[in-house]
Design a protein around this ligand. Structure first.
Ligand SMILES: Cc1ncc(COP(=O)(O)O)c(C=O)c1O
Length: 394
């Protein structure tokens, strides 16, 4: 059997993580892996999460199956958090996903049933998992322009040049906020224009919402997703609780479908449940229940929002400090974009040889395409990091 198989390529990030772990140098810097890090370089359990877990431990009485749709109260709290009052809840149906990836996978599988081999347009570049996930589900991925390597901002004209040509058979995968890997995210005016384009063409929006609260705030980051769902008849949203609740390994996410009316929503819901049943049958509940307990409890929610705000402000501060340090040393505004980007990542636009030099000579790790995780920047060594980056560029 296995003789017919070839070795599959793994996401490059796993190779980089292994290289970093095996690097014995003191003072190595990890800007690669895509998880939030605190000043000590660890990915902490949020205190609101700890408290919710303690509450669960004290009160939970069973581990029996939850049912195919998963934790309904979790889904409903997430819909309120992400969509607010943008859409009539009678048109919304949810199932839990195993993390944001699980949610995306369910949604893509349902879309592939609606449009077998249908075209799905993904930003160039995008989270590296989008493309293979779309293929595995039975869709046909295509890139649309997104990143302008000169300005390190959004090539909005290029993006709209493709979006405006789409038809009602096409799907557009949009990053709800905090674009990964570039950090260059759409402005409100750009979201408005994307919404108008979707209305005109009838193309179907699938919104990946993996970093709500990591950009400018919970409400601010929800602008785009709310704008789109309020203005189109059908849409889907994949919500991840991995980053904003720090629940990575618990795999908490929600697959949200918005249909034209309640009857159509029931059909989509049956399809989402059918996909779950035939793949993992039941989704994990530990992380989902933690999020429910936090969002439904006034005090826990306030504590979570405070912690999330601290994380977001720390990342913003690191951005500003690194951009300042590079500007002072180089006398140029070439890297000011780092402070303008949002979320956890920035694509620096460095040549691969420079990225490799930084890794081999200085122990500074970033993804080959020069994406950095700003949460990994050591605050007390920003000058040193700026020196190393500029030296590698010379
Ligand atoms: C853009 C994007 N979407 C989705 C995910 C999925 O996250 P998870 O499955 O861990 O919830 C990630 C995680 O890195 C991401 O960056």
């Amino acid at each position: 059997m296995f003789e017919t198989l070839k070795t599959a390529t793994l996401d490059k990030i796993f190779v980089l993580m292994a290289e970093y772990a095996n690097d014995a140098r003191e003072g190595k810097i990890d800007l690669g892996v895509g998880v939030y890090k605190d000043p000590k370089g660890t990915t902490p359990i949020m205190s609101a999460v700890k408290k919710a877990e303690q509450k669960m431990l004290a009160t939970a009485s069973t581990k029996t199956y939850k049912g195919v749709v998963g934790n309904r109260e979790f889904s409903s709290a997430v819909v309120d958090l992400a969509l607010g009052t943008a859409v009539d809840k009678a048109r919304v149906r949810c199932v839990n996903g195993a993390g944001g990836t699980g949610a995306l996978s369910i949604l893509m599988n349902v879309l592939a049933r609606a449009r077998p081999l249908g075209r799905i347009f993904i930003s160039d570049p995008s989270w590296p998992n989008h493309w293979p996930m779309a293929e595995l589900a039975g869709l046909t991925p295509h890139y649309h322009p997104y990143f302008d390597p000169k300005t390190r901002g959004v090539d909005f004209a290029g993006m709209m040049g493709v979006l405006d040509t789409l038809t009602s058979n096409d799907i557009v995968l949009l990053h709800g906020c905090c674009h990964n890997p570039t950090g260059a995210s759409l402005t409100r005016a750009q979201w408005d224009a994307v919404t108008e384009s979707l209305k005109r063409t009838g193309a179907f929006p699938l919104i990946d919402l993996a970093y709500l609260g990591f950009g400018d705030g919970l409400e601010e980051d929800a602008y785009g997703v709310r704008k789109v769902v309020a203005n189109v008849p059908e849409a889907m949203v994949a919500f991840s609780a991995s980053k904003n609740f720090g629940l990575y390994r618990e795999r908490a996410g929600v697959a949200i479908a918005i249909a034209k009316d309640s009857a159509a929503a029931d059909v989509v819901s049956s399809q989402m449940q059918n996909v779950i049943r035939a793949t993992i049958s039941q989704t994990p509940d530990h992380g989902a229940e933690i999020v429910r307990l936090i969002l439904e409890d006034k005090d826990l929610r306030a504590e979570w929002e405070k912690e999330l705000t601290e994380m977001r402000e720390r990342m913003k501060r690191l951005r500003v400090k690194l951009a300042d340090a590079i500007r002072q040393r180089s006398n140029s505004s070439d890297f000011d974009f780092i402070a303008d980007h949002t979320g956890m990542f920035s694509l620096l636009g460095l040549p691969e040889a420079v990225v490799s030099k930084l890794k081999l000579e200085d122990g500074v790790y970033m993804i080959n395409d020069s994406r950095i995780n700003v949460a990994g920047i050591p605050e007390d060594r920003i000058g040193e990091l700026a020196d190393k980056m500029l030296a590698a560029l010379r």
